[in-house]
Structure formats: C-alpha cells, structure tokens
Design a protein around this ligand. Sequence first.
Ligand code: 4LI
Ligand code: NI
Length: 212
Amino acid sequence: MTTQDERQNKLIRPSHYITMDDIIREGNPTLRGVAERVALPLSNVDILLGEKMIQFLRNSQDPVMAEKLELRAGVGLAAPQLDISKRIIALLVPSEPKFDEEGNEIPSKEDYALNTVMYNARIISHSVEEAAIATGEGCLSVDREVPGYVVRHARVTIEYYDKNSEKKKIRLKGFHSMVPQHEIDHTDGIMFYDHIDPENPWKMREGMQIID
Ligand code: 4LI
Ligand code: NI
C-alpha cells in the first residue's frame, strides 16, 4: 500500500523525471473521482509537483527528450493523471510558429502561448457558443483513438491560484480554451469522450465553432 503523499514525494524528488509510467490509464478509478482542492497558501510539495508537471510537458514536446524518455507529446496534464487526487493542472501550449516575408519559420524556442500551473482552477463564466477541435482530442491517459468532436465552451473565464498563491483570472478562446477545459475536467472525473455524441461523433451542432 502506498499513500498519495508517498506517491507525491516520489514524483517531486530532484532526480525524478515524470514519464508515461507515472501516468495512470483509463480504468483506474482515480480518473473518475472528484479531486480535492489544495490548501492555500500552497505547500512546497504542491508547488514542486506543479513544476514537475510543466517539466514533463516541456520534455514531451522536445524531440530529443521525448525519444529518450519515451514520452507522448501533450500540452496539458492534471494531477489525477499521476494518481494524485488534487486540483492541480499544468498547461504548456507552444505559440503558433511565425514566418518571415520569405515564408521561413522564425525560430522562437522558449515561446509559449500558455505556460502555467493552475491550482484550484474553476470556470467562473463561459460563452453560450460551443467549440470543438477539428481533429478531435487525445489524452495521455487514453491509449486508443476516440474519434469525434469533443463539444466544449468556445470561450471561458478561469479563476485560479498561481504558484505564488496569488488569485488570477484569465479569459481564453480557441485551442487555448480547450486545453484547460480538458484538464479541469480531469479534476472532476470527466474524460474527453464524455463530450462526444455516441450516436454521431462528427455531428455538426448549430453554431458550433470548429478549431483548426
Ligand atoms: C508534438 C510535439 C491532430 C490530431 C491534431 C506534438 C509538440 C489530434 C490535434 C505536439 C489533435 C506538440 C493535441 C490535444 C489534440 C487528436 C493534450 C500535438 C501535443 C497536438 C498536443 C489536451 C486535447 C491536449 C490538435 C484524435 C495529450 N493535444 N492534439 N488534442 N502536440 N496535441 N489535447 N488533438 N486526434 N492531449 O488528438 O495534451 S486538450 Cl505540442
Ligand atoms: Ni487528458
């Protein structure tokens, strides 16, 4: 028997890199539980876990590190995916690649549209309009393709606490709003395919925005 605190202490050791072996898969009941809010001001262990989660996402997007550690690329990770039932999510979304007049990509290595750990994140308001990613969604805890539109809010306002225990509010739209909605869902025991129409996965809904 290992307790959650013991698992978290292992994950935050300085020498530990989070890998796919640390990520639990569908079928594990933790993914269907409602996670606990974290205590504020944040404890050092919760701050360190957030940093490890961001490090995992950065490694997963780096071709060299991803191959070495056998990581699947992700832009978001939630603590329940590490079998830690706490309301902690990490978001690392690369900026859209920019191009010069000749059409060459301007390299912008450390450039992220979103690079945040959110504690106790909640959606405080959202658009009536819905949206879905054109190609569907994937999840590091789901080792199969589940095709279909994952119907979400087109725009959200999220309130959360940052790593300094400061209360923040952010408004997001497009792909940038899909990622935190997917991750906040993990803290509520919801999987992306719960939002796919089982009858007709690619059914277009009235007024739904398609993100590509
Ligand atoms: C390599 C290096 C095509 C198929 C396009 C890959 C760096 C799908 C998209 C990435 C799809 C990076 C992503 C998510 C989708 C599909 C997540 C590639 C990593 C695109 C992230 C949480 C849903 C987030 C856009 C079934 C692990 N991520 N693609 N969905 N990328 N990535 N989700 N959809 N079709 N999942 O999955 O991190 S919200 Cl950045
Ligand atoms: Ni997921």
